[in-house]
Design a protein around this ligand. Structure first.
Ligand SMILES: *Cc1c(COP(=O)(O)O)cnc(C)c1O
Length: 381
């Protein structure tokens, strides 16, 4: 028997009460019992997104909502800017190409955040650009990008909207959509929302609604106008992921009960404890300047194989973290702090990492990281 601990930045652990709710007999989505559940989700999502606008629920993974954020707001042949500083940034460009949007790319070194000035300069240089797509939190590099600053830049331009992939930002750190003027926010169920994969979410501003009117990219399933029409009435255009929506009601109530700012504080504290613990172990961070509180990317010391560390964590200690992708493959491990995580998940992650590094041949004194984490995690400390 192994007691598994899931500490990857998605999918994340699901709270037992949500699991139990999702195990209830299925209800019919066109019968009266569904609407109150759906309406409660609608209200909870507005609270979570910090918006007065409607948040649309899609039956898809997060990428479906990303795709909808392209196809529903642009015209074939439009130019759109995207920030490519990791695997998810890269995905914006791929979606654009698939739908005949002309991508204009800003590349950012992995582990770094985009400089808002680069976005401003790119928009100044090409007035045909109609949208700026970026990640609020680039999960592959554990970087937080400057959402507020980017929204301020597009906010000054009536013909440009900004789109934040907030899949590991929503429910992790503050992102007041309406207040900051973020035109489109996208998220998914299997990250800070503590649900199994399968739901995508998207909300858009009145300004983006104007873009929607002229959008002509072919689409059928992810037609947000027809979806919004139905969802404002407490229904969905197609069969919804009924059980996931039942689970959604549960987790949204949990978030409300804790309070969104307390949820943010919890992730921030766990992220800080992890970062400081890693430094106390004599290791370095992959994204030291602008780290996301969603997950921490730890540089594996020279001469140690990161893939092996990840494997030891899993096979010897039953702890699942994420490794690095592409250029970061074998060089980092990523430890998550989002969603249904508690104080001792941090301790577990740090102690398991210390043990796995020693097992992988790294010479270090075990315990320094855990001691540091405990210091930061003590209530009131
Ligand atoms: C997880 C994630 C996605 C979505 O991926 P799916 O596998 O489609 O759910 C997109 N962007 C970011 C930043 C993510 O972390």
């Amino acid at each position: 028997m192994k007691k598994n601990v899931l500490l990857a930045p998605g999918p994340t652990p699901v709270p037992p009460s949500a699991l139990l709710d999702m195990a209830l007999p299925i209800i019919h989505h066109r019968e009266p019992e569904f609407k109150p559940i759906f309406d409660e989700c609608r209200a909870g999502l507005k609270y979570l997104f910090q918006t007065e606008r409607e948040v649309i629920i899609l039956a898809s993974s997060g990428t479906g909502a990303m795709e909808a954020a392209v196809t529903n707001f642009l015209r074939t042949g439009d130019k759109a800017l995207f920030v490519n500083g990791g695997k998810f940034g890269e995905r914006w460009g791929k979606i654009m190409k698939a739908y005949g949007v002309k991508p204009v790319e800003i590349t950012v070194d992995w582990g770094k955040a985009v400089d808002p000035k680069a976005i401003e300069a790119a928009l100044d240089a090409d007035p045909e650009i109609r949208a700026v797509y970026f990640q609020a939190s680039e999960t592959s590099t554990a970087v937080r990008h400057p959402v507020k600053e980017i929204a301020a830049i597009t906010g000054k331009r009536p013909d440009v909207i900004c789109i934040a992939d907030a899949i590991t930002a929503t429910g992790v750190f503050d992102l007041p959509m309406d207040e900051w003027g973020v035109d489109i926010v996208v998220t998914g169920s299997q990250k800070a929302l503590m649900l199994p994969p399968g739901l995508g979410f998207i909300a858009w501003s009145a300004k983006a609604e104007g873009f929607m009117a002229s959008a002509n990219i072919p689409k059928f399933y992810f037609n947000l106008a027809s979806e919004a029409k139905k969802q404002l009435e407490g229904q969905t255009a197609w069969t919804p992921a009924v059980s996931l929506i039942v689970g959604l009601k549960n987790v949204l109530a949990m978030i409300r009960e804790e309070g969104l700012s307390n949820v943010h504080k919890r992730s921030a504290r766990f992220a800080k404890a992890t970062r400081e613990a890693v430094k106390a172990m004599g290791l370095t961070l992959y994204a030291p300047e602008s780290p996301s509180d969603a997950c921490t990317a730890v540089n594996i010391p020279e001469g140690v194989d990161g893939g092996k560390v990840k494997k030891i964590l899993r096979e010897s200690y039953a702890v699942t973290v994420a490794g690095g992708q592409d250029q970061a493959k074998g060089k980092i491990v990523r430890i998550a702090h989002l969603g249904y995580v508690g104080t001792f998940d941090v301790i577990t992650a740090i102690s398991a990492l210390e043990m796995a590094l020693v097992d992988a041949g790294h010479k270090m004194q075990m315990g320094a990281g855990v001691a540091k984490a405990m210091e930061i995690l003590r209530e009131g400390a």
